[in-house]
Design a binder for this molecule. Structure first.
Ligand code: SAH
Ligand code: DHB
Ligand code: MG
Length: 228
């Protein structure tokens, strides 16, 4: 199997099951025009995130890593009218583009973007309120994934869903001696998930327009993770 075939089949699935969406298309165009890197999830993956949030009946979502807000919009579309999504972004320019994209998608009242290093905005979030998130999507700087998992657990309750993007990285994740801090971050994250008694987790490999990568999915099964 080749990357060409993965792309062709991804396109086929998207043609069949992910109808063209003028808003999401415009969001990707605006992000590219603003010079943002093409690190957003694919349309098919965005719909998977939306479906997981719908299946889970999520009302409160936390996203770590906004970029132009593409995955944000998919996730926010799964929320009920009074649902809320908080998304964390360190790059002010990315946040500005996301702000405009989220407004274009009509989600300004649903989505709150917090600008700053996630290490800081997560610490701030944890001091604020006692509303654990139903779903947490981790998709920012990969070396920090281990820290983000610990924060995600603190901001969770029994039954919360934690999803992480990019846990396969073209297969490089199996290179134990990799000197790439991104790979080491993802490896440590996967190890922690595997040994963490408070979650039941797995990971799936994905191929398609985003190349060869994967998602980790973890259900918080313990009532001991909650921070308040
Ligand atoms: N979730 C997005 C893609 C996110 S790309 C989507 O699928 O559409 C990763 C984002 O994380 C980038 O915008 C990057 O600026 C941001 N980021 C990197 N380091 C960060 C940090 N320390 N804190 C918060 N955001 C960070
Ligand atoms: C990168 C980050 C992502 O979240 C992604 O989906 C693809 C690539 C990156 O930093 O290279
Ligand atoms: Mg990603």
């Amino acid at each position: 199997m080749t990357q060409d075939k993965w792309i062709a089949v991804d396109r086929y699935i998207t043609d069949m099951l992910v109808p063209p969406d003028a808003v999401l298309d415009a969001v990707l165009e605006a992000s590219a025009a603003a010079g943002l890197p093409p690190h957003h999830v694919s349309p098919n993956q965005g719909k998977l995130l939306m479906l997981l949030a719908l299946i889970h009946q999520a009302r409160n979502i936390l996203e770590i890593g906004t970029l132009g807000g593409y995955s944000t919009i998919w996730l926010a579309r799964a929320l009920p009218a009074d649902g809320r999504l908080i998304t964390l972004e360190s790059d002010p320019q990315h946040a500005e583009v996301a702000h405009s994209n989220i407004a274009y998608a009509g989600l300004t009242n649903t989505v709150e973007i917090r600008v700053g290093k996630a290490a800081d905005t997560l610490a701030q979030l944890a001091t604020e309120n006692c509303h654990p998130f139903d779903l947490i999507f981790i998709d920012a700087d990969k070396p920090s994934n281990p820290d983000y998992l610990l924060w995600a657990l603190r901001l969770s309750r029994q039954g919360s869903l934690i999803i992480a993007d990019n846990v396969v990285r073209d297969g490089a994740v199996i290179e134990a001696n990799s000197t790439d801090p991104k790979i080491q971050g993802v490896r440590r994250f996967n190890e922690m998930l595997g040994s963490e008694p408070r979650v039941t987790a797995t990971a799936i490999q994905t191929v398609g327009s985003k190349g060869y990568d994967g998602f980790a999915i973890a259900l918080v099964t313990s009532d001991e993770s909650q921070y308040c």
